[in-house]
Design a protein around this ligand. Structure first.
Ligand code: 9Z3
Length: 321
């Protein structure tokens, strides 16, 4: 009989939780197509004239937890996708090719400074029935369209949308496995707000939950933590940045440190809900750096200095390996 140590036993338990999550999750409808696009993207962006290039997977927005298989209701979270979209712009500027794994309908790169309904608020129809950009919006529209077009025409931006926690984790796995060949030149920037609890597919009801008098009980189970699988199996050499969000600033840094060690991340970005656009703390094994938005510039964003620091840290990581 095999005798397992406590840590072996808990490791096995985690593995079986992860296996059962993937085995029972509904298969991605467009899995082959995503796989093909990822492969082409990585092939194209992994080297140029013999020089290794850098590719980053940015995850963005929140995952949903469906409550019914024929989903009418689901649990969601607040994430707007602003962090992921803005960071993507700065990572592209820094020379990375970006796989943007994003929640459908959330903020998109190059669109964050446009009004919420750009089609209706940035355009008008003139007397000759031609569609025109409104003068006041033309600079913002030109910049957004031009920069987005440049990134896509050069094949530097691949967008993959998800909605549910099932889609997200399967897509993250596909992405990570296809980035494995990039070794240390791969970066993961995990800004998506991933659900902590979910209803396993096999225990989910098929049809819309009916209203009934009295309270309704539902059992949610913990989503298996994929960060350690990412680090140890999917992309072991990659530079991994995860995010820690708290609403209580007193526990934030301690939790970020714990995540750094437990999941062997290269860096954890600690942020608090209400101040997340003003300030974050970059936690690494040897330092905690406060990163602020430049308050003297009206359009400045905290992602600008944050990405600069991370790119430097990634360069140092590549050169020491
Ligand atoms: C973050 O902490 C992101 O910075 C935000 C960005 C979601 C706060 P917005 O999308 O907000 O710009 O509106 N993301 C990670 C949140 C998360 O789920 N972290 C997990 C945790 O805290 C670890 S993977 O346990």
């Amino acid at each position: 009989m095999d005798v397992l140590s406590n840590s072996d036993a808990s490791q096995n338990l985690k593995h079986s939780e992860i296996e059962s999550f993937f085995d029972s999750a509904p298969q991605l409808k467009d899995r082959d197509d995503i796989d093909r696009r990822l492969d082409e993207f990585i092939k194209k962006n992994s080297q140029s004239s013999g020089k290794l290039l850098r590719v980053v997977c940015v995850t963005s927005g929140g995952t949903t937890v469906p409550l019914e298989k024929r989903c009418v209701r689901y649990i969601d979270n607040f994430s707007s996708g602003h962090r992921g979209a803005t960071s993507t712009e700065y990572l592209l500027k820094a020379g990375y090719a970006v796989i943007f794994l994003n929640r459908r309908g959330t903020c998109q790169p190059f669109c964050t400074s446009l009004p919420e309904d750009p089609l209706l608020s940035c355009f008008e129809i003139d007397k000759e029935q031609n569609l025109q950009v409104l003068g006041s919006q033309s600079e913002a529209v030109m910049r957004a369209v031009g920069e987005h077009r440049a990134a896509t025409d050069q094949g530097l931006l691949l967008k993959i949308p998800f909605t549910t926690i099932f889609e997200y984790l399967q897509m993250l796995q596909l992405t990570a496995m296809s980035m494995k060949t990039l070794g240390t030149h791969a970066m993961f920037y995990l800004a998506a707000a991933v659900s902590d609890f979910y209803v396993p597919w096999e225990s989910m009801v098929e049809h819309k939950i009916q209203s009934a008098p009295g309270p309704f009980d539902m059992r949610l189970v913990q989503v298996p933590k994929m960060l350690s699988v990412l680090r140890n199996y999917w992309a072991p050499m990659a530079y991994c940045v995860s995010f820690k969000l708290e609403t209580d600033s007193k526990i934030l840094l301690e939790k970020a440190e714990m995540a750094l060690k437990k999941y062997e991340m290269n860096a954890v970005v600690a942020n608090e809900l209400t101040t997340r656009k003003e300030e974050v703390v970059l936690v690494t094994s040897n330092e905690r750096i406060k990163v602020h938005r430049d308050n003297t510039q009206p359009d400045a964003v905290v992602e600008c200095p944050l990405i600069k620091l991370l790119v430097e840290n990634h360069s140092a990581y590549i050169s020491t390996r």
